[in-house]
Design a protein around this ligand. Structure first.
Ligand code: NAD
Length: 358
């Protein structure tokens, strides 16, 4: 491992928040080789493409990608393949990032920020493991045609295909079971096996992998509609939630909102070589860009995930997470998580505070 990081700040608040994460990484004293490149709208403006070949090459050669955010409403009228958001899809595809890990953790000091009652979410710590490269989002055939059957034959219709192969389910199941071993040894696999053929295969494969390779990890199955309900009813009963692409898309957003603050949520997308793309769950927030008021903690916590999952630097990852907790405990807040009696700081001051706490 060369500890090489491709740093792609992107658009909007991307540069402001990534700067803080870089500051924190540098403060660790570990020699990382960091190289910066354009991605998203800024890459389109400078190179004519949201994911230029030079950026892609850098990402491929790096051990990890630290990503800010992409997108700006001024690019909304571009053709789809030139839109900033296409850069993320391109990176996922090029690096084979099939596993998305999204923790939903409620920091003790922020329980008041949730729309749920404090006792429901205090101490919450869930990890959603979502398959990212298959399912109905990528399944073929898809398209539009004239219906030959169904309720209205002869009328225009559209269709998509939900599909999963056995190896696709095996590899994402292993990611979830491995993660569970580092946590509380419990996986809840979410599907819709009572209705969907794809889900029945999913359930069969996850059950077999659990039985044969991870007998020490408790496995339970849950239908997706029930999972959506349990996430708001009793989320603390969940630990690692394993799910496919479309269900995971919806459930991970639902889970992330339990904590009440989008500026706090980290995310990692991994391949089977431990290469990963680490980014905050939020977007480029064009409404607050350039004002030095964004919350950089999601990006800083994503950098901690990078250390844990791509570099096996658990101690350093723990140190960053503890520094964030310390800063929150000291009542230091950016505007989005501000509450009475706390001290409001800018984006860069928040970065400085985490460095000081480290
Ligand atoms: P957004 O997440 O950028 O912003 C939603 C709201 O949350 C805004 O009010 C914003 O000010 C606030 N917010 C977001 N991050 C914050 C932070 N760190 N600190 C404080 N407040 C924060 O979502 P949006 O407004 O729907 O999208 C804006 C752009 O971002 C769009 O172009 C969209 O396509 C893009 N987007 C990119 C990604 C990504 O890069 N992964 C993800 C989602 C959206």
């Amino acid at each position: 491992m060369s500890n090489k990081i491709a740093v792609l700040p992107g658009d909007g608040i991307g540069t402001e928040i990534v700067d803080q994460a870089v500051k924190v990484l540098k403060a660790l004293g570990t020699p990382f080789e960091m190289e910066f490149a354009d991605v998203g709208g800024v890459a389109y403006a400078n190179h004519g493409h949201p994911l230029p070949e030079s950026t892609l090459k850098l990402a491929r050669e790096a051990d990890a990608v630290l990503f800010g955010a992409v997108g700006d409403f001024k690019y909304d009228k571009l053709e789809r393949h030139l839109r900033p958001e296409q850069a993320i899809l391109g990176l996922r595809k090029a690096l084979g990032l099939f596993a998305n890990l999204r923790p939903a953790k409620c920091f003790a000091q922020l329980t008041g920020a949730s729309t749920l009652r404090p006792e429901v979410i205090a101490g919450l710590d869930i990890l959603i493991v979502r398959e990212l490269t298959g399912d109905i989002y990528f399944g073929t055939p898809r398209g539009r045609r004239t219906a030959v059957d169904g309720h209205f034959p002869g009328t225009p219709e559209a269709f998509d295909t939900m599909r999963y192969s056995v190896p696709e389910v095996e590899r994402i199941a292993r990611v979830a079971f491995e993660a569970a071993r580092k946590r509380n040894n419990k996986v809840t696999s979410v599907d819709k096996a009572n209705v969907l053929e794809t889900s029945q295969l999913w359930r069969d494969v996850v059950t077999r992998i659990g039985r044969e390779e991870y007998p020490d990890v408790t496995l339970e199955h849950m239908y997706v509609d029930n999972a959506a309900m349990q996430l708001v009813r009793a989320p603390k009963a969940l630990d690692v939630v394993l799910t496919g692409n479309i269900f995971g898309d919806i459930l991970s957003d639902e889970a992330s909102m339990l904590t009440g603050s989008i500026g706090m949520l980290a995310s990692a997308s991994m391949n089977d070589k431990k290469q990963g793309l680490f980014e905050p769950s939020h977007g480029s927030a064009p409404d607050i860009a350039g004002k030095n008021i964004a919350n950089p903690l999601a990006t800083i916590l994503s950098a901690a995930m990078m250390l844990r999952y791509s570099f096996d630097m658990n101690e350093e990852a723990d140190a960053i997470e503890k520094a964030v907790e310390k800063v929150l405990a000291a009542g230091i807040r950016t505007g989005d998580i501000m509450s009475e009696g706390c001290r409001k700081v800018s984006c860069s001051e928040m970065g400085d505070a985490v460095v000081a706490a480290l």
